[in-house]
Design a protein around this ligand. Structure first.
Ligand SMILES: [Ca+2]
Ligand SMILES: [Ca+2]
Length: 210
């Protein structure tokens, strides 16, 4: 039995290593309708149930299936009421200021394949903030004052990071994400098949030996 686990562990490790070196194919969307159509069933976090004024600077704020975090202890991220220049639709939203060495990070408790949100004044007046999904660059350009920004990937990810550059104050709301049924990763499949085959062979051998 011990050997079974060793074989399985080896297969898992090589699968993970294999996944790590692959680049995901990412598709971006600037329109919520197109995003919804491409992504299918999704969940929307409106932030409306969270107390206005709650900070997510330096300490992650859990909002259900994900956490919000601005990577600084300075007051640069909080739940704002539905007023002011950055508000999206008149309801509570996330207000942030990103800049060099100060990122806005969305971390999911379970992997997802798509992420989108309504933003206000993000990358207005040119690109100031860039985006990464699990460390891989996601294309983003200058945006209109009120915009939707979303993307889907062919590889699951758990972290979406808005990497601060030139100081940028912006609002976000209606965080949308998809948790799709686990899809076998094509490149990893042969490894799993060979692992299963090995286990079957070992099982066959030990059955014969006893
Ligand atoms: Ca809201
Ligand atoms: Ca801005």
């Amino acid at each position: 039995m011990k050997f079974y686990w060793q074989v399985l562990a080896c297969a898992l490790i090589s699968t993970l290593a294999n996944v790590a070196v692959q680049a995901a194919t990412i598709t971006t969307y600037s329109n919520r309708t197109a995003f919804d159509l491409a992504v299918g069933p999704s969940v929307v976090e409106t932030l409306n149930d969270f107390t206005v004024g709650t900070s997510f600077s330096g300490t992650p704020l859990d909002v259900g299936d994900l956490t919000l975090l601005v990577t600084t202890s300075e007051p640069a991220g909080f739940i704002a009421d539905g007023s002011g220049l950055l508000n999206i639709d008149g309801t509570p939203f996330g207000s942030v200021n990103t800049q060099s060495s100060r990122d806005m990070v969305f971390t999911f408790h379970a992997p997802t394949l798509a992420f989108g949100l309504d933003v206000r004044n993000l990358n207005d007046l040119g690109v100031r903030t860039t985006v990464e999904a699990d460390g891989q660059s996601v294309p983003i350009g200058a945006l209109p004052d009120a915009a939707f920004f979303g993307f889907s990937s062919d590889m699951e990810f758990t972290e979406v990071r808005f990497v601060g550059g030139i100081a940028d104050t912006w609002g976000f709301d209606n965080i949308t994400y998809a948790s799709v049924d686990p899809i076998p990763i094509p490149a990893a499949l042969p490894l799993f098949i060979s692992a299963i085959a090995s286990i079957g062979f070992v099982g066959w051998r030990s059955t014969r030996a006893t």
